[in-house]
Design a protein around this ligand. Structure first.
Ligand SMILES: Cc1cc2nc3c(=O)[nH]c(=O)nc-3n(C[C@H](O)[C@H](O)[C@H](O)COP(=O)(O)OP(=O)(O)OC[C@H]3O[C@@H](n4cnc5c(N)ncnc54)[C@H](O)[C@@H]3O)c2cc1C
Length: 411
């Protein structure tokens, strides 16, 4: 296989394009958007976080989720309207509780490997993306949260991560801007943050320098694979176009399920909606009052990133409501209030809201590797950790393609 189609130019598609181009493949990337990283890889929480590798398939987390559903501003929301996909996905999600331990440890290992790949990539291609390597501070409001996080810590440790407990005084020393009373927390010095959109666009430009062709504004409407290769059909306005290549990698985020079904594969991805706000820190006082160290607030299920001098990103919420991208004011308000409560010195006059859909599988593990047809591959379904994991899953899928080809393409 020397020619490859990639569907999707989010973080998974662009890292895959780069990994394949570096191995000597001729790559064409299709996306329905006009630019790379315009969908879920646009304004996420920003965390490159091995410390957030815990999968959610845990009886205690599910019980907490059910209790939350009674609260109006809860971080979890389930639209109860009938939907076969939603309820079958949820049933499979619950069925995966038995693999909670194994999948959390495996995700931790993947995340640790991925961070290093991403830092190396950014260095090699000189990509500026507001990287902050100051660690992630996990905040616990009470003893119950701290004890639950201690249990998770054992699994993270087993995966090779150094995340250690910290006292309230140590938390304030790590992040002096942090206000309020906290029971305690955990600190992961090796974690980092950065702007996924800036990184993906920078890497897409590096891909183009390596000869990757991007076709934007191209909605892939049909794809077929046989022993001759892969035929990708796409719509550009009213015109229908076709390209034949020898293989394809599906990196289409929440669109992967539909494309997989055209190819005879089942890739059970459900769109789990989340929200972010980007607070523009327009004055010096706000810049001083906003944290530099990334935070994860266990009670509110909120993550934060400082993006350069003048932006503070705050993200959270998991909403099961199908392919719905509406930005709801009642979901944005709790994020703004959280900033005002923990960082009262930050001016919230300029807040940019966003909603995105996490492409989530029932076991919360990405689908990486071959489909039923021997020339079809997947690198998709990274759920709540796509920014963290993509740099390594792209290498994994590119290696698998090369192995299938007998390593023939490497320069
Ligand atoms: C609120 C929120 C906070 C998050 N915070 C973090 C975080 O802190 N750390 C972390 O690691 N992860 C985080 N994530 C998760 C992370 O953002 C995602 O896992 C990641 O962006 C998914 O990337 P992707 O390439 O799979 O999908 P996308 O970025 O959505 O890319 C898929 C692309 O495929 C294209 N496409 C789909 N179907 C077709 C078609 N038929 N034809 C042509 N093009 C098509 C789409 O247009 C899109 O551009 C967060 C997500 C959300 C929503």
């Amino acid at each position: 296989m020397s020619t490859i189609t990639i569907i999707g130019s989010g973080i998974t598609g662009v890292t895959t394009a780069y990994a394949l181009a570096a191995r000597g493949y001729s790559v064409t990337v299709f996306d329905r958007q006009r630019y790379p990283a315009m969908d879920t890889s646009f304004a996420n929480g920003g965390q490159l976080s091995a410390s957030n590798a815990e999968v959610w398939n845990n009886a205690a987390t599910i019980m907490k989720g059910l209790r939350w559903m009674l609260r109006k501003d809860a971080p979890l929301l389930l639209n109860p309207s009938p939907s076969l996909h939603k309820y079958t996905w949820l049933a499979e999600f619950i069925g995966q509780i038995r693999h909670y331990r194994r999948n959390t440890i495996q995700t931790t290992k993947l995340a640790i490997a991925a961070r290093q790949h991403l830092f190396d990539l950014a260095d090699r291609e000189r990509i500026a993306f507001d990287l902050e390597r100051r660690g992630i501070l996990h905040i616990c409001a009470n003893k119950a949260e701290f004890d639950a996080a201690s249990h998770v810590n054992e699994l993270l440790r087993e995966g090779g991560l150094d995340r250690h407990p910290v006292t309230p005084a140590e938390m304030h020393a790590i992040e002096p801007a942090l206000q309020g009373d906290h029971y305690g927390g955990f600190f992961t010095p090796s974690d980092a943050t950065g702007d996924i959109h800036k990184f993906t666009r920078g890497l897409a430009a590096a891909c183009e320098r390596k000869g990757v062709r991007f076709v934007f504004g191209a909605q892939v409407s049909d794809i077929r694979a046989d022993s001759e290769g892969v035929l990708t059909c796409w719509q550009e306005g009213s015109s229908r176009n076709e390209l034949r290549t020898q293989g394809a990698v599906i990196c289409a985020g929440i669109g992967s399920r539909r494309i997989a079904s055209m190819l005879g594969d089942r890739v059970n991805i459900y769109p789990v909606k989340g929200y972010s706000i980007t607070v523009n820190l327009t004055d010096e006082a706000s810049q001083k009052a906003a944290p530099r160290v990334s935070l994860l607030d266990e009670a509110a299920k909120i993550v934060t990133s400082r993006l350069g001098q003048d932006r503070f990103r705050v993200a959270g919420t998991a909403e099961l409501n199908g392919e719905n991208r509406d930005i709801r004011a009642d979901r944005i308000k709790p994020l703004v209030h959280w900033v005002e409560r923990l960082f009262p010195g930050v001016c919230t006059a300029q807040v940019v809201p966003w909603a995105g859909l996490r492409p989530m599988t029932p076991n919360m593990m990405p689908r990486v590797g071959r489909g039923k047809k021997r020339n079809i591959f997947y690198n998709t379904g990274h759920g709540h950790l796509g920014w963290t994991l993509s740099a390594v899953t792209a290498e994994m899928v590119a290696d698998e393609i090369m192995t299938r080809d007998g390593g023939a393409q490497r320069h």
